[in-house]
Design a protein around this ligand. Sequence first.
Ligand SMILES: [Mn+2]
Length: 331
Amino acid sequence: MSGDARSSVLEQIRDRERFLVATHENPDGDALGSLIAMHHILRELGKDVLTFMSEGDFPLPPEYRSLRIDDLVHQAPADIGQRTAIALDCGNIDRTPDGVLEAAATLLNIDHHHDNTGFGDVNLIEPEASCTAEIVFELMGRLGVGASGEIAQALYIALVTDTGRFMYESTGPAAHRMAAALIEAGVDVQAIYRRLYEDVPEAKIRLLGRALQGISRYDQGVLTVATLAARDFEELGAEQSYSEGVVDHLRAIRGTRVAALLRGLPEGGYKISLRATDDSVDVSAIARAQGGGGHRRAAGFQSESSDAQVIAFLRSQIAAQLDPQDLVPTA
Ligand SMILES: [Mn+2]
């Protein structure tokens, strides 16, 4: 389906000499893993490559803090106009730093979000890929680069986190084949598992506890919501990124179709993370209505409204998408 875009990306990577790789704000495992892997792949090919990340993205969430990010820049380099930029895992250009990618000679957009806005000069969008790293992995093979230690580890972290440890619906044979290849390349599965999921700061678990204490359910439980105020983070000494993963616990509650976590921002307003349990509600459409985006079952947006207004908005959006009989309580 995206064969032309793929050949075009491969051609650009082979022909160009200077690159800048970038990803979306508040980078997750797939964003960071794809970014680091692509950086190393380009280096293996003998290219000049810079990694762009905003200063605001630091500190990274604790589980990713040990990842080494080489050739890091926080500003557009002076020669950005001669560089080929590669955006990884970015659904839309608004989730990337102002003006940096647009200034590049060519912009390659590599992503797996179905609602990707196609902002690149070349758009390699593969919605059936479980993670952006899966696309990077495939490109790597075609470029004749092997999965060396750091590349393999970065790709594996991306794969494990974006597939929900190989459990989300997007997890197919390709994801498992990729995992097998990375393990053969020497990835230490247990060490990565420990680092991602079992080296959790106490404040993060306490924050989860606070969120779970305050769960609200609406419309016979179809919508499950928890709210964390900016004050909760302060009181617990929790960083913003510590709320990552809370929404997955909400989604697991029986009867839930949509789970929402409202995270109060220090500057006011909320970041809203949405998860759907099945395809009866497309949460990316709800997020897009507020300037956000994402996947059908995982999306997010930001709002200046009050929590009550956000919840009223979510309820009306869900009701508009659901069959009336879906709102009948289930056993
Ligand atoms: Mn992703």
